[in-house]
Structures are given as structure tokens and as C-alpha cells.
Design a binder for this molecule. Structure first.
Ligand SMILES: *Cc1c(COP(=O)(O)O)cnc(C)c1O
Length: 450
């Protein structure tokens, strides 16, 4: 039985798919954080290149991928689709489980899929440095890689809890020539302010974003770059799902249910958005499930509302599921899933009922990740493992019902930099955490009122 489905490098897509062209309900426009009036292209030019602003606002269905970008993507793309035959056997399930593995990129996750085009467009428009934030460090390392390939400098504001617990991500960023600072830092006004008010804060993505935006807005040669949430990021990730459709054609199966973990919402939309037209036009009975931690339950417990993208209120105000922009999640081990909001494109489709969401506890997630590693060999990123747990549950359910469902997992990255989290799990030191509903309520009381 062939269990690995590979494509030739010429089959890397030549266009990105823009789901905005096919959405039943159009997106509400992003707002200027100062005036709460719709954001203009000019508002964005202080921190983004024109090409990305155009993509951000586009409703064109297909957008050309520059040949220079495709050439670099060939370093590791197309990524493999696997049939998880050993996992199926261990579960004694009649279901078929597939996973597409993005951990084969040099940075170990799906994030270079957007870091490469973002660095490219900034380089084309004469920008010399990019400023960004990173949670667990995957985005920081992906952008460090991309900027170094295009000869740009890079400054990364890394959430303090991860900066302290994930030292080797910093080391990778340094190798690729970037500067990595613990956030809140003393480099920005906002960072200094937070350090004074909350000296013991573990930091948050919202704070780190504010620092990177401030850095970019106050330096002419510097732009800002975001690794998730924004429309152009999700657009760039659709190479995943387009490859996946071709790979499913090779298997002669078609998914019944697709699982992907959701932090800001980019790896999962990248896999599933190219399947949305099937669902809309051909009325395919395909379930798509976004998987998040109970410690940061944005889609399952948050509100669909306008909110700031960052803590300081400097980033655009966007319509999304949110837990409130001053929400500071606990330092759980899936650092990449700790954002207070979710991508507007994904939020909109969840609100319209086309995509579902579920929330998982971290110990059950690590248990599932361990079974996956012991059967399929790959040690998953703790983030990715949030998609493995419900996929295993679905497969076990098929054992009861006898259904031969086709189950898909978006395996967004490897866990080689997260082994201290696996140690904590194996030492019995991981505790489950459900974010208290009362705190969500307090945070949601502070939403902007356009
Ligand atoms: C960053 C990251 C995530 C979460 O981000 P999304 O934008 O929701 O995809 C998930 N998995 C891995 C491996 C990551 O690096």
C-alpha cells in the first residue's frame, strides 16, 4: 500500500485562491483604530507594502504567485500527504486518516508559505527591515529565514513566556541573522509602559504586535509583518489546500471531515479554503473543524465583533471572533495558539456556519500527540496536536459505528523545539486550564464601539 502522496515541484500552484470571492456574506471592512472609520489603503502604507495592501483588499478569486516566490517555495514544496496507516491500525478503526505535513519547511512549520512572499514584496518596494512579533517563535523564525533569503534585516518581538521557555527558537533566528527581543521590551514606548505597569507579565501576542507596529510606524525604512490573521496571509497559505486537492485525487478518496489547529487561523484556512467552493457549489457534505485550546477559546467562547488586533489599540480594528484585546492567556505549551482574536475570513465563515470549532485541553492533546509520534514517527508541534486529538476521537467513533470515514489532519509543524513541553507532559507536570468565562466577560466589556 502506498502511504505517501508526492507531487512534482512543477505542481506548486501558480496562483493563490482568494476565498473572499466566494463568501456568502461579504467581509465587513477593517477600521482605522483612531477614527473607527473604514481603513483606507493610505492608512496602511505606513507599515505595509502596496502589493500586500492590494491583496488584503482584493476580492479577485485568483492572484498570481510571482515566479521568484515559487522558486524559493521549491526548497521544500510541494509538501507530502500521508495516509496514517499505522495510527489507523493502533486505533482499530475502519476510518481512513490522512495528514499533510508542513513540518518539512526549513523553519519547521507552514509559516514560511507567507513569510517568503511578504519578504519578497517588501524587498521589491525598497524596504530594508521588517519588524514583527512571535508567540512560540515559529513565525519569528519563518520571517528570519525569509528576510535573510531576500537580504532584509529583521527585528522580532517575542512573547516573554516563550522567550524564556523556548531558547532554541531565538538561536535559529540569530543564525538567520535576525534580532530577537523579549516582549515587553525596552525598545518601544508601549513596551516600556507595560514593563512599568506589569513587571511580571508573561507577555502576550497583543502586546508584542503593538511593539512591532510601533517600531515599523516610527521608522521609514521599516515595515511590519504579521504571520497570521490578515487576509493576505490566509491567501498565501492556500497553496497548501490546492496541493492537497491534487493529492486527494491521487488517493481516490475525498475528505468527510478536516481538522486543523487554530491560533490566528492560517494553516487551517490554507488547507480548507480551496475546498469551500466544493462545499458551496456541489453541496459536498464536508465538515471543517477548527481546533483551539480551552485556555484561549476564541471561536468557541468569544464574541463575533469589531475589536483591535493588538493590546495598545494601534493595529486596525477588525470584525472577528475575539476574547477582547486586553485578554492575556495563560502560558500554555501551545504558545502559537494564544492570540485573542481570529482571522476575519475564517471568523466570517464560522459565523455563517460553514466551518465548525472545538476546544481541547492540553493534557489530552499531548496524549494524542504521543500516540501519533509512536505510530507515525513524527513528533507534532503542540499546536498541530490540537487537530490530532479530535481526529482520533472521530476515528474511534467510526470503530463503534463501522463508518469508513475519510479524516484529514492539517499537520502544521514539528515539535523539535517543543521537547521541554513533552518533558513536562511526561513528568506529569502539565495542568489543564479553562479560561474563566467571567474574565472573558470583563475583557469583552472593553470592545471598541464603532
Ligand atoms: C503558528 C502556528 C500555528 C498557529 O497559527 P495559525 O495561524 O492558526 O496557523 C499552528 N501550528 C504551528 C506549527 C504554528 O507554527
Amino acid at each position: 500500500m502506498k502511504i505517501k502522496y508526492l507531487l512534482d515541484e512543477e505542481e506548486i500552484p501558480k496562483k493563490w485562491y482568494n476565498v473572499a470571492a466566494d463568501m456568502p456574506t461579504p467581509l465587513k471592512p477593517p477600521l482605522n483604530p483612531g477614527t473607527l472609520k473604514p481603513l483606507t489603503a493610505q492608512d496602511m502604507e505606513a507599515i505595509f507594502p502596496k502589493a500586500l495592501i492590494q491583496q488584503e483588499m482584493s476580492t479577485e478569486r485568483w492572484i498570481d504567485i510571482p515566479e521568484e516566490v515559487r522558486e524559493i517555495l521549491k526548497l521544500w514544496r510541494p509538501t507530502p500527504l500521508y495516509r496514517a496507516a499505522s495510527l489507523e491500525k493502533a486505533l482499530k478503526t475502519p476510518a481512513k486518516i490522512y495528514y499533510k505535513y508542513e513540518g518539512v519547511s526549513p523553519a519547521g512549520s507552514h509559516k514560511p508559505n507567507t513569510a517568503i512572499p511578504q519578504a519578497y514584496y517588501n524587498m521589491k518596494e525598497g524596504i530594508e527591515r521588517l519588524a514583527t512579533e512571535t508567540g512560540a517563535g515559529q513565525w519569528g523564525s519563518a520571517l528570519s529565514l525569509a528576510t535573510c533569503l531576500f537580504g532584509l534585516q529583521c527585528t522580532v518581538y517575542m512573547v516573554r513566556s516563550s522567550f524564556d521557555s523556548k531558547p532554541y527558537r531565538k538561536s535559529a533566528m540569530r543564525v538567520w541573522g535576525a534580532e530577537c527581543l523579549s516582549s515587553p521590551s525596552d525598545r518601544t514606548n508601549f513596551g516600556r509602559q507595560i514593563r512599568e505597569k506589569m513587571p511580571d507579565t508573561p507577555g502576550s501576542l497583543g502586546i508584542a504586535i503593538s511593539e512591532a507596529v510601533e517600531d515599523a510606524a516610527s521608522h521609514d525604512n521599516t515595515n511590519y509583518s504579521l504571520g497570521s490573521v490578515l487576509n493576505h496571509v490566509l491567501l498565501h497559505q492556500t497553496i497548501e489546500g490546492q496541493e492537497l486537492k491534487k493529492q486527494f485525487d491521487m488517493t481516490e478518496d475525498y475528505p468527510d471531515v478536516m481538522f486543523g489547529c487554530c491560533g490566528g487561523g492560517s494553516n487551517f484556512p490554507g488547507m480548507v479554503f480551496p475546498f469551500i467552493p466544493d462545499k458551496l457549489k456541489d453541496k459536498k457534505d464536508l465538515r471543517m473543524v477548527a481546533c483551539e485550546p480551552t485556555a484561549c477559546p476564541t471561536l468557541t467562547e468569544g464574541l463575533f465583533a469589531y475589536d483591535y488586533g493588538d493590546t495598545a489599540g494601534m493595529a486596525p480594528v477588525i470584525m472577528m471572533y475575539t476574547l477582547g484585546h486586553d485578554f492575556i492567556p495563560p502560558g500554555i505549551h501551545a504558545g502559537g495558539l494564544r492570540y485573542h482574536g481570529d482571522a476575519p475570513l475564517l471568523s466570517n465563515l464560522v459565523h455563517d456556519g460553514l466551518i465548525e470549532a472545538t476546544a481541547l485541553q492540553q493534557t489530552e492533546v499531548f496524549e494524542a500527540a504521543t500516540l501519533f509520534a509512536r505510530t507515525e514517527g513524527i513528533i507534532p508541534a503542540p499546536e498541530s496536536a490540537h487537530a490530532i486529538k479530535p481526529a482520533i476521537d472521530e476515528a474511534l467513533n467510526c470503530r463503534k459505528t463501522g463508518e469508513e470515514k475519510v479524516i484529514f489532519i492539517s499537520l502544521s509543524g514539528h515539535g523539535h523545539f517543543d521537547l521541554s513541553s513533552y518533558d513536562a507532559y511526561n513528568d506529569g507536570k502539565l495542568v489543564d486550564y479553562v479560561y474563566p468565562a467571567e474574565l472573558v466577560k470583563q475583557s469583552l466589556a472593553k470592545l471598541p464601539k464603532p
